[in-house]
Design a protein around this ligand. Structure first.
Ligand SMILES: [Fe+2]
Length: 143
């Protein structure tokens, strides 16, 4: 691949990116934690940082929800997240975030193929920013 991402890092970080999910409330997928589901990214970062992993692993967690979430978006929509930018920056963060959108954790939908257009439509319902960022990655990665 001409972009030359660190595939070994991607494999490990992708396995860990949702690790914070058990701390959130998402009954449909068996999570009975206390925090809102949207928090699983930054909670995963906190967990991995506390366990002494190199910071780039936690950043993958924190920056993968939606198509990344800006500080502006957090403030404007009163999203219960720490007020900082949580948008993928590195190539590997972008690849993991983008790839994640093609998969549903809900076993009801896990065998369904999700198309790039469907992802852009769904992200557009959350915010135009999300849809725009994902569209840029779709172009960059030929999705
Ligand atoms: Fe996630």
């Amino acid at each position: 691949m001409h972009l030359n991402p660190d595939l070994e890092f991607i494999e490990k970080a992708a396995m860990l990116h949702d690790i914070g999910i058990f701390l959130t409330q998402a009954q449909a997928i068996g999570c009975t934690g206390e925090k809102p589901y949207i928090c699983h990214g930054y909670l995963g970062k906190k967990l991995l940082d506390e366990h002494g992993l190199p910071p780039e692993y936690g950043l993958v967690c924190e920056r993968h929800t939606g198509a990344g979430i800006t500080k502006e978006n957090i403030l404007l929509n009163n999203i219960p997240l720490p007020q900082r930018d949580m948008v993928p920056i590195s190539l590997e963060e972008k690849i993991i975030c983008a790839a994640d959108k093609y998969h549903s954790k809900n076993p009801k939908y896990s065998d369904k193929n999700i198309t790039t257009i469907q992802i852009i439509d769904e992200l557009g319902k959350i915010s135009k920013d999300h849809a725009k960022r994902f569209s840029m990655w779709a172009e960059e990665f030929n999705l």
